[in-house]
Ligand binder design. Sequence first.
Ligand SMILES: Cc1cc2nc3c(=O)[nH]c(=O)nc-3n(C[C@H](O)[C@H](O)[C@H](O)COP(=O)(O)O)c2cc1C
Length: 168
Amino acid sequence: MKTKKAITEIIRKRYSCRTYSSRPVENELKDQLEQFLADSPAGPFGSRSRFELIMATDEDRDALKGLGTYWFIKDPAGFIVSAIRQSPKNLEDFGYVMERNILYATDLGLGTCWLGGSFTRSTFAKKIGTGEDETLPAVASVGHMAPKMGMVEKAIRWGAGAGSGFRA
Ligand SMILES: Cc1cc2nc3c(=O)[nH]c(=O)nc-3n(C[C@H](O)[C@H](O)[C@H](O)COP(=O)(O)O)c2cc1C
């Protein structure tokens, strides 16, 4: 994986961002992330996950609200949505490759947050048209980080025992 910054720096910089800025994600960044997802390799145990980037257009940011993230995520520009098929260690493979996506988005300067529980699985599954043999293990919100964390985000971080979060 080619990154602009050293991977250790990217890992230190990443935190779960739940409050996004209204600044739209530039087309160039969107295209780079989309291409990265399309080129996703198999995980270390050999299974492949499918990833799609769902982004709101500048005019309809509210369109994403109907997907459902239980108020945990404020104003994301989009989501990385995933689908996997049943196979041995498919979740391990998925977790590895999804974290790779998260770190790549961090290197692009974008905020992200893994959502394995606080999202409405059925609406996201419908959005990417999961097949009968596919399940949707998790999604990740993406977008430019807001300059300040919202109160809900601070409360969630406190509840999860997370650190204060790092802002560049
Ligand atoms: C597999 C996985 C699933 C997660 N699911 C959720 C979730 O459903 N909702 C949420 O708000 N955060 C979720 N998180 C984010 C964690 O709460 C977060 O990583 C943790 O609080 C540590 O904070 P940090 O990521 O800022 O270091 C998830 C993280 C991982 C790795």
